[in-house]
Design a protein around this ligand. Structure first.
Ligand code: ADP
Length: 259
């Protein structure tokens, strides 16, 4: 959130955004479930120019043992951005931001997993960002819940996530990189459609209470659409014949990048 530089027009005279979207329009989202052979569950998400892989292992015995909870499973997420995922090489390894994102995604997922079914275990969720273009925590959380469902982990619902924000004094959905850099606010949100719970909510930047309400409503509407795309991915995975499942386990074909 850097304030709008004068030479970058984030909303044009027709009310369209820098990539041609309307304010309430999400970037294209594509999800494949069950793409990794060696994980218990997995999902691959392409969301605009974001490319994110999620893999789930477990429930399995929790190590180190002092972390074990005799009453429930621990959902442990590890979010990592590949060094080649951003324009300038990112220094490999964990940093303050990746710790924060791992923590908030673990907490969001803990709200939906029936952790009491698996005492003393750990459910490990790995999120690898292969290409980043703003919105990776939402893409990561969306991918992770599909991967958990693919692993057969019982949950009250899938968590769907999407951000809203403010650019050029307009409340918009699903900020892209330029909007994230030069916009005025960003509100990533994780939502459980079945219960109406918000399980992730952050805010970066300034919004009036009215703008905040509008942004949250926009993000929730988008999460309902994300949830349908998540379900379709799982249906495709499980209605496929075994031959199709093998094919789905290959890394999916990449569509051509836009200009
Ligand atoms: P999110 O990806 O959830 O929107 P941020 O708002 O922290 O999270 O980051 C916005 C975008 O900034 C990322 O998606 C990525 O494109 C870029 N970015 C984040 N961290 C780095 C980094 N260390 N180096 C380069 N670009 C980064």
């Amino acid at each position: 959130m850097g304030g709008t530089p004068t030479d970058l027009k984030l909303i044009d005279e027709r009310g369209l955004r820098i990539d041609g979207r309307r304010p309430d329009e999400m970037r294209p989202l594509r999800i494949e479930a069950g793409v990794l052979k060696r994980a218990d569950g997995s999902a691959y998400v392409e969301w605009g120019q974001n490319k994110v892989m999620a893999a789930v292992y477990g429930p399995r015995e929790c190590h180190p043992r002092h972390l074990q909870n005799p009453e429930r499973a621990l959902v442990q997420c590890n979010y990592n951005m590949a060094s080649f995922s951003v324009e300038d090489r990112k220094r490999p390894g964990p940093d303050r931001r990746s710790h924060e994102i791992s923590k908030i995604i673990s907490e969001a997922l803990t709200h939906v997993v029936f952790t009491e079914y698996f005492p003393r275990t750990s459910i490990d969720v790995y999120i690898e960002v292969l290409q980043a273009n703003a919105g990776t925590r939402c893409a990561g959380l969306t991918a992770a819940s599909v991967a958990l469902a693919d692993a057969g982990v019982p949950m009250k619902d899938l968590v769907a996530a999407c951000a809203a924000g403010k650019v050029a004094d307009t409340v918009v959905l699903d900020l892209g990189k330029e909007e994230d850099n030069s916009g005025q606010a960003d509100i990533p949100l994780g939502y459980v459609p079945r219960t109406g719970e918000i399980v992730l909510l952050q805010m970066d930047g300034d919004l009036s209470p009215e703008e905040f309400d509008k942004g949250v409503r926009m993000a929730i509407d988008a999460c309902r659409k994300v949830s349908e795309i998540q379900r379709d991915a799982l249906k495709r995975r499980y209605s496929a014949s075994s031959a199709d499942v093998d094919a789905a386990q290959a890394v999916p074909e990449m569509p051509k990048e836009g200009p």
